[in-house]
Ligand binder design. Structure first.
Ligand code: ATP
Ligand code: MG
Length: 567
C-alpha cells in the first residue's frame, strides 16, 4: 500500500492568520515565538509546537522568535538553555538574531507592574499563600476580597519598591492584579503577578529577589517582541482573559493575540517534564538523551531524523481538542524516511556458526550486494563469502514448528546475495542442549541466489562471513511503559517496562561497517533500522535499534481504510 503523506488541509490557526492578513491586522505581519521554560530538555510535544510556530512564520513570510520563559529560577538551568538551542537547530529551524529571554525584560516588567499600581490596578497583599488560596473561593463559590485590596497607590508603590529592595522575607508579600474576586474565572480573581523569592537566576544572578509570574511576564514579553499570534496549548485557554486584561490595561507596544491548540500526547509515553526529570533522577534511564526517552535528544540518539519528526508533526495536524496519538505513527514516519535513505547491510545479532563443508577452505568470494533497492543511485558494495559464516540462532530449528520455513535438518534456504545451502548436520552441547554449530553444503550453481533449475526455497537468510566479521554491541529497545497512558496511572513509575533495554554484546557485522561513525544510520537486513551510538569507541561500535521493520501503523491504517491525512 502507499504510505505517501499528503499535505494536510489548512488548520484552524492558519484560517485565523489568513483572516487577519485579509484585514491587514498587524500591518500584514506574522510573528510567532516558541517559548520554552528552560527547566528540562525538549520532548516530541515541544517539536509539535516548534514545527507549528516556525512553520507558520515560514508559510506566511513572517518571523519566529526563540524565547526562554525563564521566570522560575529555582527550576531552571543553563544546561537546559543550551540543550534547547541545540534541539531547535537540529530540528531544522533558525531564529537568526531573535534569541530572547523573559529575564531580559525584568526591568521593563517591573516598570509595567508600577504602571498597574499607579492606575490603581495592582496592590501589595500580605496574606499568606494559604490565606490567598482560601480567599480565592472555588468554581462554585465567589472569592473574598483581601483585606489589603484597598491600600492606597502610595502605600502600594512604597511596599512594592521595598519588596524589590529585599526588605521582606520570601513569601511574606505578593503583588496582585486588582481584577475581580467574584469572576467565574478563577484566573481573574486578583492573580499574583510578583512574588518574593531569594534565588540565584541563571542569567540575572542575585540582582532580583522578586520575580514576575508567568501569566504576567508572558503577554508583556509577547507584546515587547511584536508577536502577532501567541500560540500555546489548551491548558492556557482559561488564562486567555487574563492575557488580554494585561494587554488591554498596560501601555504595551503591540497587541498580540493568544490562540490555543491541543497538546500532543503519545501512547506508552509520558510527556511532562516533571515526570521525565524523575526518570532521569532515579536512574531509570541513563539521562535525558536515553534512547527510550521521548525527548528530542533521546530520539536523535535513537536514530530518528529531523525529517521524520517534522513529517510526523505535519501529519498529526493541529486540533482544538486533546487526543492521544498512537506511537506507531511516529515509528511509521521514521521507517518511511530511513527506508529511502539508510543503506542496507548485514549483521547478525545472536550468532550461530555455519560451516559449509563443501566450500573450499581458504576461499573468499566478494559478492555484489545492493545498498538500497529503493534508491539505485546508492549503488552496490562487495561482501565477503567464505566457508564459515554466522547466521541468527533463530534462523535454525532442530524441530521446526509448522510454518517455520527457515533452516532445519535437511532443509534448503537461500543466503542473501550468495548461494543456496542445505543443512546436513548440527552440533549440540550435550549439557545445555544448545545448538553450537550447523553444517551445510552449498550448491555452486546458485551464485547470487539464482536457481537455474527453477527450484523454490521459502526463506532467504542474512549472514556474515566469520573470518571477516567485526564485533559490535547492539542495544535493543522496547517501550518504556507497559500501559498505554502511563500519565493517567496513580504512579506512573509502577508501569515501567522492566525489559525496555536488551544489550547484545557479541553481535557480528559485515566489514563494510567498520568505518561507521556515531549518528550513522543503517538498515540491518531483516532486523530493523539501527544507528551508531556515541558510546562507540575506536574499534568497538555500539548500535541502537531505532525501530524494527514491522510497520504496525500500516496495518492500523488499512483497518481504518486510510482515514486521516494519508492516502
Ligand atoms: P511540560 O508540561 O512538559 O512541563 P510545558 O508546557 O511546561 O511542558 P514549556 O517549556 O512551557 O513546557 O513549553 C514550551 C512550549 O511548548 C509551550 O508553548 C507549550 O505550550 C508547548 N508544549 C509543551 N508541551 C507540548 C505538547 N505536548 N504538545 C504541544 N505543545 C507543547
Ligand atoms: Mg509551560
Amino acid at each position: 500500500m502507499s504510505t505517501t503523506i499528503t499535505t494536510p488541509p489548512p488548520n484552524f490557526i492558519e484560517d485565523i492568520i489568513e483572516e487577519d492578513l485579509k484585514q491587514n491586522k498587524n500591518d500584514g505581519r506574522v510573528h510567532t515565538r516558541f517559548p520554552p521554560e528552560p527547566n528540562g530538555y525538549l520532548h516530541i510535544g515541544h517539536a509539535k509546537s516548534i514545527c507549528l510556530n516556525f512553520g507558520l512564520a515560514a508559510k506566511y513570510g513572517g518571523l519566529c522568535n526563540l524565547r526562554f520563559d525563564d521566570t522560575n529560577p529555582t527550576k531552571e538551568d543553563v544546561e537546559y538553555v543550551e540543550s534547547i538551542k541545540e534541539d531547535v537547530r537540529w530540528l531544522g529551524f533558525d531564529w537568526d538574531d531573535r534569541l530572547f529571554y523573559a529575564s531580559d525584560y525584568f526591568d521593563q516588567l517591573y516598570e509595567y507592574a508600577v504602571q498597574l499600581i499607579k492606575a490603581g490596578k495592582a496592590y501589595v497583599c500580605d496574606l499568606s499563600p494559604e490565606e490567598i488560596k482560601e480567599y480565592r473561593g472555588t468554581l462554585t463559590e465567589p472569592g473574598k476580597d483581601s483585606p489589603y485590596r484597598n491600600r492606597s497607590v502610595e502605600e502600594n508603590l512604597d511596599l512594592f519598591e521595598r519588596m524589590k529592595a529585599g526588605e521582606f522575607p520570601d513569601g511574606s508579600r505578593v503583588l496582585r492584579a486588582k481584577i475581580d474576586m467574584s469572576s467565574p474565572n478563577l484566573n481573574m480573581r486578583d492573580p499574583v503577578i510578583y512574588r518574593i523569592l531569594r534565588a540565584t537566576h541563571h542569567r540575572t544572578g542575585d540582582k532580583w529577589c522578586i520575580y514576575p509570574m508567568y501569566d504576567f511576564a508572558h503577554p508583556i514579553s509577547d507584546a515587547l517582541e511584536g508577536i502577532t499570534h501567541s500560540i500555546c496549548t489548551l491548558e492556557f485557554e482559561d488564562h486567555r482573559p487574563l492575557y488580554e486584561w494585561f494587554i488591554n490595561n498596560l501601555d504595551v507596544p503591540s497587541r498580540p493575540r493568544q490562540i490555543e491548540f491541543a497538546r500532543l500526547n503519545l501512547t506508552y509515553t509520558v510527556m511532562s517534564k516533571r515526570k521525565l526529570l524523575e526518570l532521569v533522577k532515579r536512574g531509570i534511564v541513563s539521562g535525558w538523551d536515553d534512547p527510550r526517552m521521548p525527548t528530542i535528544s533521546g530520539l536523535r540518539r535513537r536514530g530518528y531524523t529531523p525529517e521524520a519528526i517534522r513529517a510526523f508533526c505535519e501529519r498529526i495536524g493541529v486540533a482544538k481538542a486533546n487526543s492521544m496519538v498512537d506511537i506507531a505513527l511516529l515509528e511509521h514516519c521514521i521507517r518511511e524516511d530511513l527506508n529511502k535513505r539508510a543503506p542496507r547491510v548485514m549483521a547478525v545479532l545472536r550468532p550461530l556458526r555455519m560451516v559449509i563443508d563443501n566450500y573450499p577452505e581458504g576461499q573468499v568470494e566478494w559478492l555484489d550486494a545492493v545498498n538500497n533497492p529503493e534508491d539505485p543511485s546508492m549503488g552496490t558494495r562487495k561482501v565477503p563469502f567464505s566457508r564459515v559464516l554466522y547466521i541468527e540462532q533463530d534462523d535454525f530449528r532442530e524441530d521446526p514448528p509448522p510454518k517455520y520455513y527457515r533452516l532445519a535438518p535437511g532443509r534448503e534456504v537461500r543466503l542473501r546475495y550468495a548461494y543456496l545451502v542445505k543443512c546436513t548436520d548440527f552440533v549440540k552441547d550435550e549439557k545445555t542442549g544448545k545448538v553450537m554449530e550447523i553444517h551445510c553444503t552449498y550448491d555452486p550453481d546458485t551464485r547470487g541466489g539464482n536457481t537455474p533449475d527453477g527450484r523454490k526455497v521459502k526463506a532467504t537468510l542474512h549472514w556474515v562471513s566469520a573470518p571477516h566479521a567485526h564485533e559490535a554491541e547492539v542495544r535493543l529497545y522496547d517501550r518504556l511503559f507497559t500501559k498505554e497512558d502511563p500519565g493517567a496511572e496513580d504512579d506512573f513509575l509502577a508501569c515501567i517496562n522492566p525489559n525496555s533495554l536488551e544489550v547484545l554484546k557479541a553481535c557480528k557485522i559485515e566489514p563494510s561497517l567498520a568505518g561507521a561513525k556515531p549518528g550513522g544510520r543503517y538498515q540491518f537486513e531483516r532486523l530493523g533500522y539501527f544507528c551508531v551510538d556515541p558510546d562507540s569507541s575506536e574499534g568497538r561500535l555500539v548500535f541502537n535499534r531505532t525501530v524494527g521493520l514491522k510497520d504496525e501503523w500500516a496495518k492500523i491504517e488499512k483497518v481504518q481504510g486510510g482515514k486521516g491525512t494519508a492516502k
